[in-house]
Design a binder for this molecule. Structure first.
Ligand code: ASP
Length: 341
């Protein structure tokens, strides 16, 4: 049965091109009447299992001490959300966040408590550090390049972890200009045939981060927000900047007050720009989906890609809106623009 003409048509939107495969795999079930929540979890799980993605799940880059930790969140409504952060022994953290939402009275579990809950849920525990990630960490410790786009993390003048001091053997504090930090959270939004919205995000956070650092992705309202009365939003990039403006919540609130998705994207990125004055190697990407299925995406700089699965097929699109189109932080991208609002 095809949807009523005024019903939203199923759609999955996801950050970065590496999520296109997961979108393609998840779309047929969504199109056949599956739930938006199952779709977003499926896309996130696909990225978590892929060892070639060095920012999500197995394959993600560790913190400054060489320890891997993962963060994730899922959300379908303000009163229906779950999140985990600093998970050290379990790979499928989006499923774990979903279990927090569905099986507990809480929203967020952190660290060993989150791992212990996963044990209780009979989720298999595993070593999260891939051989390639361990090698990248070794290179980083020696001050060698790790071959990814740069991101300076915190604002200039603040401190972050850099390779261990040769004399003392532990991470030292240096200025952000000196480090390379790739970042590419998988953030997924979907709308199903019933018009229900869902969102998920999963990340290993900023690579070589200070031990204990948690970014925007698992924090409801920062990296992800979903409200069926208004719409949903998901972010990727330097989490500290997204957190400073409550990026995803702000985008949804803009739509609640009448903004289109593209106006909401513009407002969030403008605020980040105004408050943080991001450096040329810092990036934020944002995807916004209205409750009626209109969407838009934007980024501070060229290079952000949206994977989009719909009845048209699966596409990889640059965002509609780029604050600094002449400044790229990543390589070539397809022609065309993502968004319909
Ligand atoms: N936003 C994530 C964080 O700050 C990183 C990313 O998007 O890659 O943890």
């Amino acid at each position: 049965m095809s949807p009523e003409p005024d019903q939203p048509t199923p759609l999955i939107l996801s950050t970065w091109s590496f999520s296109a495969r997961g979108c393609r795999a998840a779309f047929p079930s969504l199109a056949a009447g599956g739930s938006a929540l199952d779709a977003v979890c499926g896309v996130a799980r696909d990225a978590e299992a892929d060892p070639t993605i060095d920012s999500v799940g197995f394959g993600g880059l560790p913190d400054a001490t060489g320890k891997m930790t993962l963060d994730a969140a899922v959300m379908i409504a303000p009163e229906r959300c779950g999140a985990v952060c600093a998970v050290a022994r379990h790979l499928f953290v989006t499923d774990l966040a979903r279990k927090v939402m569905e099986r507990t009275a809480h929203v967020m579990l952190a660290g060993e408590g989150a791992d212990a809950f996963a044990d209780v849920m009979d989720m298999p525990s595993t070593d999260l550090l891939s051989p390639a990630a361990a090698q990248a960490w070794q290179r980083w410790r020696l001050g060698e390049p790790v071959g990814r786009p740069v991101d300076a993390g915190p604002a200039s003048g603040q401190l972050f972890a850099s390779p261990p001091d040769a004399c003392h053997g532990h991470p030292t504090m240096r200025h952000p200009e000196e480090r390379e930090t790739p970042h590419d959270t998988v953030g997924v939004l979907a709308i199903d045939r019933s018009g229900a919205l869902a969102g998920a995000c999963s990340t290993s956070g900023l690579p070589f981060k200070l031990a204990g650092r948690v970014g925007d992705s698992p924090i409801i309202g920062h990296g992800l927000y979903v409200d069926p009365e208004a719409g949903c939003a998901v972010a990727t990039g330097t989490g500290e900047m997204v957190m400073g403006v409550n990026g995803s919540f702000l985008a949804v609130e803009c739509m609640r007050r009448g903004a289109t998705p593209s106006e909401a994207v513009h407002e969030v990125l403008s605020r980040i720009e105004r408050r943080f004055r991001p450096q040329s190697h810092q990036q934020v990407g944002l995807i916004v989906l209205s409750r009626t299925g209109l969407w838009s995406a934007g980024a501070l700089r060229t290079g952000f890609i949206v994977s989009c699965a719909s009845a048209r097929g699966t596409e990889m699109l640059p965002p509609q809106f780029v604050m600094h189109p002449d400044e790229a932080v990543e390589g070539p991208h397809p022609v065309g623009a993502g968004g319909n609002a």
